[in-house]
Design a binder for this molecule. Structure first.
Ligand SMILES: [Zn+2]
Length: 333
């Protein structure tokens, strides 16, 4: 059953046209088979190749950001969105009823984590621009759109310092903020062995036009993996709806040790269990590689306000759906 058919199925139920029992059973069987296709996938830039050993406990780490960000008066309790990606639980009857409120956007706190730091800039694009620059611009745009949609508690998380300590700081800050959702913003590259040489503006540079696309990562070690996966699926679905393709190379043997399981071949959601920012955060957490900046053509697109608008609209739509599945079921499709 395709997602759209599933939504139609839900709409039918919402409208009072209950399908025959056999149809429900067939739908449940289809959902059981839908999401998990294990194959290989995965590479991220060096800052994430961290040791799987648990880091220092966040509560012992001081972060300069923590002092400047106010704690929420109360921690909103968003309900876990249950869409097709979660399999048969999607047919829980309570999910099929319109729900009064899933969360209050004005209190819902999403942390937008700007990947890398000014000191440790992540990947370098084909035209020698730091990934951090791309991450910051896109995260700002997403923040603007979310706030314009009423998500007033949205926080941009900008971290300083070296790579590894910055990861611990990010996690500590997000945990301290009692965030409801954590989204880390990145741009993709390739393993060094796949880089090719060229010259840009007289400078020796590197590129790989071989791969392109976004990808979405979750950690099965996150304390709320199911909710993380649900949000990741929503982002992937929205990226796809915007006409974007996900990065297929993570399923290829050429990626060697950078492979990770592909959790959903429709939406481009992969697992990357050891990522510090995904496994140590105490709230649902997702990492978005918005696109490749080592691909010369895609770098130009990622550099454009138009592409930033497309991606930030997709993320905003995903957050809205996460907060209220009625938006997905009854909203514009
Ligand atoms: Zn990165």
């Amino acid at each position: 059953m395709k997602r759209r058919e599933f939504i139609c199925f839900l709409r039918g139920i919402a409208a009072g046209f209950w399908p025959r029992r056999r149809t429900i059973i067939a739908a449940m069987a289809a959902l059981v088979l839908l999401p998990i296709e294990v194959s290989a996938a995965g590479w991220l830039s060096d800052v994430f190749k961290s040791s799987p050993k648990p880091g220092k406990s966040p509560k012992h780490v001081t972060s300069p950001k923590r002092a400047t960000l106010a704690k929420p008066a109360a921690s909103p309790k968003p309900r876990t969105v249950k869409l097709a990606a979660l399999g048969p639980v999607a047919l829980n009857p309570s999910v099929l009823k319109p729900v009064a409120t899933m969360c209050d956007p004005s209190k819902f706190r999403i942390v937008l984590d700007v990947g890398h730091t000014a000191e440790s800039e992540g990947a370098t694009s084909a035209r020698n621009v730091a990934e951090f620059v791309f991450n910051l611009r896109l995260a700002h745009r997403i923040e603007e759109k979310l706030k314009a949609e009423g998500f007033a508690e949205t926080r941009l998380l900008l971290t300083e310092g070296k790579a590894r300590p910055s990861l611990v700081k990010r996690v500590a800050t997000a945990n301290d903020l009692n965030a409801n959702l954590f989204l880390s913003i990145h741009h993709d590259s390739v393993p060094n062995k796949l880089l090719e040489n060229w010259e840009f503006e007289g400078k020796k540079s590197h590129f790989s036009d071989r791969f392109s696309g976004y990808s979405v990562f979750v950690s099965r070690n996150n304390p709320d993996f199911k909710t993380s996966l649900a949000f990741a699926e929503l982002i992937g679905k929205e990226m796809k709806a915007e006409g974007l393709q996900y990065a297929r190379q993570y399923t290829q043997a050429i990626m060697g040790r950078y492979q990770h399981p592909l959790l959903n071949k429709e939406t481009g959601v992969y697992s990357y269990d050891q990522l510090v920012v995904l496994r140590k955060t105490r709230m649902p957490a997702v990492l978005l590689e918005a696109g490749s900046i080592i691909n010369r053509d895609e770098e130009l697109k990622m550099d454009s306000p138009e592409r930033r608008d497309i991606i930030s609209s997709g993320v905003t739509a995903a957050v809205k759906e996460f907060c209220d599945p009625r938006w997905a079921i009854l909203g514009a499709l």
